[in-house]
Write a protein that binds this ligand. Structure first.
Ligand code: UD1
Length: 462
């Protein structure tokens, strides 16, 4: 990048931007090379939940005082959210060394209450700033997300809910603009269960005048975690984690310190990797209580998991049995674990019917698994997996975050060396997955496609 003297001529902000940009380019080229066949043995520490950290960071918008969040995972979606908050005028400080998973967010001066298309298109959870911005600033301008790899993913329920709280909504040039001098409490009955919709409106209602009652809410642990943070900030929320949430609005929120819950999807992904590869893995810093549906399904497949207070141990030396699966809202089986389960089903004896109820197009991984030797027939929202089929290494491509995880797991049991392209999808939500897997004995390596600079030929070379 040049000498230190040259670098000093460039303003720090520009240097950071240059570094970030070059990092992004390199990362977009990254691939994983995985040689399958090793049993996994050892401990894996589970990171904080990305899907709890994202709304928690958005919640900082609701107060002028700093919000300190601990156990923030070091993943790309978090970096994206940090950039989004900074673009609005927030100060976001990251801890270093042992405190690298802590972030302090101060939204004292928010100059630009806007989430631009460039951010929303890469991370749909950016729409989580809509509710907090209207509640605190009286206005918000947020890009409409549009479709994505796994389905349409509209935000109509967020918009309808904000209207119920008295916001005026206009739509122009692909952006939603919401305005309200002060939101007022109301009754919101969701037509469909939505996780970020519940979170967005719960945040908005904390600063509304009077009481808000929300019915048919998402019951995910991430919703309850957000409510715990908001209550520490001075909000008055009851019932989060159940389908009815009551929020008594307050005029102001204050700063708080909060530790993000463990990532149940990361834990589930490693459990399935453990079930498939044999060996003996213990997950630490996780919450077994959040993984009920998956543990139950694994048991049905013949795998036993031993839960501790904040640990899960998986050992499996025998054949897996097929079992049907339907994705549902929490506490049902999570759609974010469907792809990884499909990989497991390819290695189970018998036929498993996998039904995807949450998103209309979430079987992109099936064709890649077929290229590795799986026998899967997709018909609309159902996929029929015939097992057991041995998997063999192939060049495959990630299409979305969880689909990528299913390919990594498949590669761990495939015969030969699998090359997985577009791993930037997996970097959105898994913290250094390759290092964690290598730590328990997997043969996995990240390679970038950028060629090393040409160097002078070594002395003596022909
Ligand atoms: C969240 C999770 C994501 C998970 C999903 C379902 C975060 C950051 N992401 O996404 O990992 O896969 O829950 O568990 O927490 N819908 C509408 N209108 C809306 C909102 C949603 O029709 O306004 C539909 C969606 O298209 C989908 C269903 O409701 O079919 C559930 O989506 P939702 O729970 O909102 O997903 P996200 O919150 O985006």
């Amino acid at each position: 990048m040049g000498t230190i003297r040259e670098l000093k001529k460039i303003p720090l902000s520009v240097r950071i931007r240059q570094q970030e940009n070059s990092g992004e380019e390199e990362n977009l080229m990254d691939k994983f090379v995985i040689r399958g066949g090793n049993p996994l043995v050892g401990n894996i520490r589970i990171s904080g939940a990305k899907n709890a950290a994202l709304p928690a960071m958005a919640a900082a918008i609701l107060t002028e005082e700093p919000v300190i969040l601990e156990n923030i995972p070091d993943v790309r979606d978090i970096q994206t959210e940090r950039k989004l908050l900074v673009s609005m005028g927030a100060e976001v400080e990251l801890g270093y060394g042992r405190a690298s998973h802590r972030t302090t967010i101060s939204c004292r001066n928010l100059s630009s209450p806007e989430a631009a298309y460039e951010v929303v298109k890469t991370m749909r959870a950016s729409t989580l700033v809509l509710g907090p911005l209207v509640a605190r600033m009286g206005r918000a301008r947020v890009s409409l997300p549009g479709g994505c790899a796994i389905g349409a993913r509209p935000i109509d329920l967020h918009i309808k809910g904000l209207e119920k709280l008295g916001a005026t909504i206009t739509q122009e040039h692909g952006y939603i603009e919401a305005a309200a001098e002060r939101l007022r409490g109301g009754l919101i009955s969701f037509d469909k269960i939505t996780v970020t919709g519940t979170e967005d409106l719960m945040m908005a209602a904390t600063l509304a005048e009077g009481e808000t009652v929300m019915e048919n809410c998402a019951r995910e642990p991430e919703v309850a975690d957000l409510a715990a943070l908001l209550n520490k900030m001075g909000a008055n929320i009851e019932g989060a984690g159940t389908s009815i949430i009551r929020i008594m609005g307050v005029s102001k929120l204050h700063g708080a310190r909060h530790r993000i819950i463990p990532d149940r999807i990361e834990a589930g992904t490693f459990l399935i990797a453990g079930a498939l590869t044999g060996g003996d893995i213990t997950l630490t810093s996780c919450d077994p209580a959040h993984l009920g549906a998956l543990l139950h399904k694994l048991e049905e497949c013949g795998v036993t998991v031993q839960p501790g207070t904040d640990t899960l141990r998986i050992t499996n030396g025998h054949r897996l049995h097929a079992a049907d699966l339907t994705t549902e809202e929490y506490p049902g089986f999570p759609t974010d674990m469907q792809a990884q389960y499909m990989t497991l089903a390819t290695q189970a004896e018998g036929t498993s019917v996998v039904t995807e109820n949450i998103f209309e197009n979430r079987f992109m991984h099936a064709q890649e698994l077929v290229r590795m030797g799986a026998n899967i027939k997709v018909d609309g929202r159902r996929a029929v997996v015939h097992g057991f089929t041995p998997l063999s290494a192939a060049a495959v491509q990630c299409s979305d975050l969880r689909a990528s995880a299913s390919l990594v797991i498949a590669a761990l049991v495939a015969d030969g060396e699998t090359i997985i392209d577009r791993v930037y999808h997996i970097d959105r939500g898994y913290e250094r997955i390759e290092e964690k897997l290598r730590g328990v004995g997997a043969q996995i390596k990240r390679i970038g496609e950028i060629l090393p600079k040409r160097t002078a030929a070594p002395v003596g070379a022909a």
